[in-house]
Design a protein around this ligand. Structure first.
Ligand SMILES: N[C@@H](CCC(=O)N[C@@H](CS)C(=O)NCC(=O)O)C(=O)O
Length: 223
């Protein structure tokens, strides 16, 4: 293949919202380039003028498609799903789509935002919260969210090899990066057998593996 890809993903290796988009791009086999934005070095490149032009919210990911910048991981993934429908990342019926979006939003709206880097930094720097308490905060919100996610999956007849049926959807795309975060913060995953099984199945797929933080060009050794 020659030429510059149309799609550019601005991303950080350990960003779980970026990880979601990487999985979606891989599942759809979309050629793209990736521009790392270091979220920590020198106070964070997301706050610098060049990236603020791309995303005034100073958050990754951002996807540039030609002249258009698409922001917010769920919007990016649905955009990709609309312009490249194969393989679909949402089910065919409105009810099933609502179910999958509900699972995705449980993670993306109710777990992830309160454990984000800027929230951690605010807790530490402005409120004087120590590292142990900060990590306990993160585990608490993931634990609460995963308890609900697990109960929903376990109680739904449509749960299959993946969160909905036997192919990965937007729900799996959001779940796997959140499990990565849970492991990072030492959360015991024993109470969530359905989540663990689905996560294992996803990680075995090459599209998920290639999107894994540790497999990104800007990855740093695991700490
Ligand atoms: N709702 C946003 C969340 C994006 C987000 O929180 N990104 C994090 C990395 S996962 C970030 O850029 N954090 C930078 C900071 O907190 O300063 C999305 O889904 O895209």
């Amino acid at each position: 293949m020659t030429g510059t890809p149309e799609l550019t993903l601005h991303d950080y290796w350990r960003s779980s919202a970026g990880y979601r988009v990487r999985i979606a791009l891989n599942l759809k086999a979309l050629r793209h380039q990736r521009v790392p934005v270091h979220l920590v070095k020198d106070g964070g490149e997301q706050h610098g003028a060049p990236f603020r032009q791309i995303n005034p919210q100073q958050l990754v990911p951002a996807l540039v498609d030609g002249q258009r910048v698409v922001r917010q991981s769920l919007a990016i993934i649905e955009y990709l799903d609309e312009i490249h429908p194969d393989p679909p990342l949402l089910p065919t019926t409105p009810r099933d789509r609502a179910h999958v979006r509900g699972l995705a939003q449980l993670v993306a709206c109710d777990i992830h935002p309160i454990n984000n880097l800027r929230v951690m930094q605010y807790l530490e720097r402005e409120l004087g919260v120590g590292a142990d308490a900060r990590d306990a905060w993160t585990r608490h919100w993931i634990r609460q969210g995963f308890a609900a996610f697990e109960a929903i999956l376990a109680g739904d007849a449509a749960t299959g090899a993946f969160c909905h049926g036997d192919t990965p959807t937007l729900a799996d795309i959001c779940l796997v990066p959140q499990v990565y975060n849970a492991n990072r913060f030492g959360l015991d995953l024993a109470p969530y057998p359905t989540i663990r099984a689905i996560n294992e199945r996803c990680l075995a797929l090459p599209e998920f593996d290639a999107a894994h933080p540790q497999n990104q060009s800007d990855a740093q050794p695991a700490m």
